[in-house]
Design a protein around this ligand. Structure first.
Ligand code: ZN
Length: 170
């Protein structure tokens, strides 16, 4: 359990032989032990790695948020399978959240699955990436699909259900 501030921890575990990295709120129970809550998000390796890849862009987005007094449009980064990192002027946070497409419509909405991190917590999370890597040896042998060769043109990316999860099935 890597603490990143408040009751939020990064926890690596396995679920159905898949490594998941949770960024999650924990609560102390009556026995003074931390137990997980529903408040948080679980990322697989193909979602975690884009988060690392985008750190500089996210840094840029945060400084734009701080500087921009005009309240520009919301900025987002897609980590895959509908999990987006977004920034919002009203709440100065980095929000990592699952979005969902309402069936039969084009409407994509945020879900309760996610977590909002203050900038300070985001910085701590960023600083913990090396430790996360260390606790997930499989990461060294995994290439996120956005770096794969067939994604170097837009067509390949559009065909990928990870990168383009809300596409209509062909
Ligand atoms: Zn992809």
């Amino acid at each position: 359990m890597l603490p990143i501030g408040g009751n939020i921890f990064v926890v690596v575990n396995e679920w159905h032989e898949k490594v998941l990295i949770h960024i999650r709120n924990y609560e102390k129970n009556s026995a003074d032990t931390y137990v997980s809550t529903k408040k948080g998000i679980a990322l697989d390796l193909n979602q975690l790695q884009p988060l690392e890849i985008y750190v500089n862009e996210i840094k840029e987005a945060i400084s734009q948020m701080i500087d921009d007094v005009t309240g520009g449009p919301e900025m987002t980064f897609h980590l895959g399978r509908g999990v987006f990192v977004s920034f919002n002027k009203t709440y100065p946070t980095v929000d990592v959240r699952q979005r969902w497409k309402i069936p039969e419509t084009n409407q994509i909405v945020s879900t309760k699955k996610g977590i909002s991190l203050t900038y300070a917590k985001w910085e701590t999370l960023k600083g913990n990436f090396p430790d996360v890597r260390e606790s997930v040896p499989a990461i060294e042998n995994t290439t996120p699909c956005i770096l794969s060769e067939d994604h170097q043109n837009q067509g390949g990316m559009l065909m990928c259900s990870h990168c383009n999860p809300f596409a209509e099935p062909l």
